[in-house]
Design a protein around this ligand. Structure first.
Ligand SMILES: [Zn+2]
Length: 634
């Protein structure tokens, strides 16, 4: 394992952790964790008498020994590194974790194997908070939590002693109260349930970037899928959905095994989390209850997590960049539709990837894919996920299917349990294509930007090009990403106003959003911003102003509306419709209103999930029609 690609870049490569053998006791009612860890590590060269391992500050170490002999140790603050989200996680947060410094009797020899035992315990009580973003799905914010509602502890919790950039194997024997179940990584070695406790032992089958454990009062369902055991760990409320998930998981696992080589783990588990999340770990995925209830089995959802089993949780990114998300997005969110033989959906996905870039990446803020480490916002996502996926699409068309997919199989076979970077990918694809791909990778990975081509030369969206903002269909996302934004509230009684006020309140937390009610608008020019008109015809003069810009076949009234030549009436109906600003087409006007307050209420909290369509019609909160304005002719 010496000389792994990427290994030489590790911050402190004096020591390397080979394995952990953890005996873990979890007491949810008191947030308590007790651990005995037997760690095997290896110095890479001689002369270091000291090692510093990171550990959560809440965990108190009772003793550390080597071959039964106690070693002196002391904690010290971890070096304070300025947090840089663009660089990605380099280790646990120094506010959360410190270092345990251990002194050996004598300096270990290079290549010698050291066995250290740790005994430590403490409380991990950091209940998840609500995520902060407007319409960007992020896990709730916790560094890891043990409580009666559930257990989630992972590498960023620093719940076991670790070194930055570790790739180690893990065996964990976890004791929880009875009726609690623990989901872990790799192989389920054993599970023993008594009246007092459940003891579950998990063992990784390949070196892993970390160990995440989840525990809860789950009901487990299992199914055999060829050589793989699939399991769901759901709370009783969701247990009825187990069959749906097991069936979908098996379909995805079979298809992607054909594409990428045998599934690298003996088991795949779908585990319900006690807070919103969509996380993928080697051999399992952790989804919030809301996601599970909404049947999160789509290619961009469960499919994406399953592709991560090969790409991201078996072959890892190195420190030089993140190619994992782009490739996973390409294979799951997009390529699934090609596999299914659905060219129309495949074309829609390509179009959406170009739209994401056009909407979220203004030219002045663009950066090369090589600089993407992890997503902090929609712009990162448009570059590291959407653009990178389109670049893989172009690469595939450039070198041919057999060469492209041959290189992917080779990537998994050669780098399983290890790290790879863009350079290693370039090498693999060049080899498969029997030609030098330097200029392709230099243009598309190392430089920002996109092709500037007229839509007519690429009607099926096979090329990564920038669609000018002015040519995009009118949509709420053009309002959302406009630096000049104005929200207009209607008049009326408080029950009518309340759901609209909620939308305005969420937006007003963002910079540069002005909120006005119609009374304050008198005489104000509306041409210099994008505008969200809440209340539709109820906003009076402003509505009369925008009425002139409505497409033909559209008529909006307080008691009904006509969109795309179709009439809608009834108490539950609501409409989201975007048009170009009649006085200045570089801005957008979006109207949102319901025929009754009850029609508005269920849509209001989810409004910003419907940002991509020109119009969306809702009946009691459910989408009953949607459509897009034809792309504008340049
Ligand atoms: Zn992903």
């Amino acid at each position: 394992m010496a000389g792994l690609p990427g290994w030489s870049e590790a911050a402190d490569s004096t020591f390397r952790i080979l394995s952990h053998d953890l005996k873990v006791t979890i007491v949810p009612s008191s947030h308590r964790l007790m651990v005995m860890d037997r760690m095997v590590l290896q110095p890479s060269h001689e002369g270091q008498k000291r090692i510093a391992l990171t550990l959560n500050k809440k965990l108190v170490v009772a003793w550390i020994s080597q071959n039964g002999k106690l070693l002196p140790f002391h904690p010290r603050e971890a070096p304070a590194e300025a947090p840089d989200p663009a660089k990605g996680p380099s280790g646990p947060d120094p506010r959360l974790a410190h270092e345990i410094v251990i002194d050996f009797d004598q300096a270990p020899k290079a290549g010698q194997t050291l066995v250290l035992d740790f005994d430590y315990a403490g409380e991990l009580n950091d209940p998840p908070r609500e995520p902060r973003h407007l319409r960007f799905v992020t896990p709730s914010e916790t560094s890891g939590h043990i409580g009666p509602e559930g257990v989630y502890i992972g590498p960023e919790t620093a719940w076991y002693p670790d070194l930055p950039h570790s790739l180690a194997t893990y065996r964990a024997s976890v004791s929880t109260p009875s009726k609690w179940e623990t989901a872990g990584q790799g192989k389920l070695v054993s599970r023993e349930a008594t009246a007092e406790a459940t003891i579950t032992t998990w063992e990784t089958v390949a070196p892993s970037e970390g160990l995440t454990l989840s525990a809860g009062q789950y009901l487990i369902s299992t199914r055999r899928c060829d050589e793989i055991d699939i399991a769901t760990y759901f709370y009783p409320e969701e247990a009825g959905l187990a069959e749906t998930y097991l069936t979908s998981a098996c379909t995805y696992l079979r298809s992607y095994a054909k594409l990428l080589g045998a599934y690298p783990f003996p088991r795949f588990s779908i585990v319900e989390n006690f807070f919103p999340s969509g996380l993928g770990m080697p051999s399992y995925t952790l989804l919030g209850a809301g996601s599970i209830r909404r049947r999160y089995i789509q290619p961009y959802a469960l499919g994406h997590e399953i592709v991560h089993s090969w790409i991201g949780n078996y072959v890892y990114n190195n420190d030089n960049g993140n190619w994992v998300e782009g490739l996973t997005t390409y294979l799951a969110n997009y390529y699934w539709y090609e596999l299914e033989g659905d060219p129309k959906k495949a074309r829609d996905e390509r179009r959406m990837m170009l739209l994401a870039y056009a909407v979220y990446v203004p030219e002045a803020r663009d950066y090369p894919i090589a600089r993407f480490k992890q997503k902090a916002d929609q712009q990162d996502s448009a570059i590291g996920y959407s653009k990178a996926a389109m670049v893989f699409h172009m690469l595939r068309r450039e070198i041919g299917d057999a060469q492209f997919f041959g290189a992917l199989k080779q990537l998994v076979a050669q780098y399983g349990g290890r790290r790879a970077g863009w350079q290693e990918l370039e090498l693999l694809f060049s080899k498969a294509a029997s030609r030098d791909l330097r200029s392709f990778f230099s243009r598309w990975i190392e430089q920002p930007g996109a092709l500037a081509l007229p839509a007519s030369s690429d009607p099926d969206y096979h090329l990564f090009r920038r669609i000018p903002r002015g040519d995009l269909p009118a949509m709420l996302n053009l309002f959302v990403t406009d630096p000049q934004r104005l929200v207009v509230l209607p008049g009326g009684d408080s029950s009518t106003l309340e759901p609209y006020r909620q939308i305005a309140a969420r937006l007003s937390q963002e910079d540069s959003v002005k909120v006005r009610s119609i009374q304050d608008l008198e005489g104000q020019s509306l041409q210099n911003s994008s505008i969200l008109l809440l209340g539709g015809p109820a906003v009076g003069a402003s509505f009369e102003w925008v009425r002139q810009a409505l497409p033909s076949g559209t008529d909006l009234r307080l008691d009904g509306f006509r969109v795309d030549a179709k009439e809608y009436q009834g108490e539950g109906m609501a409409l989201l419709l975007s048009v170009r600003n009649p006085d200045n087409p570089s801005h957008i006007v979006t109207l949102f209103y319901g025929l009754t307050p009850d029609a508005v209420k269920p849509v209001a909290p989810l409004l910003f999930y419907y940002g991509w369509n020109t119009y969306v019609v809702f009946d009691s909160g459910k989408v009953v029609a949607r459509g897009d304005e034809e792309p504008r002719k340049p």
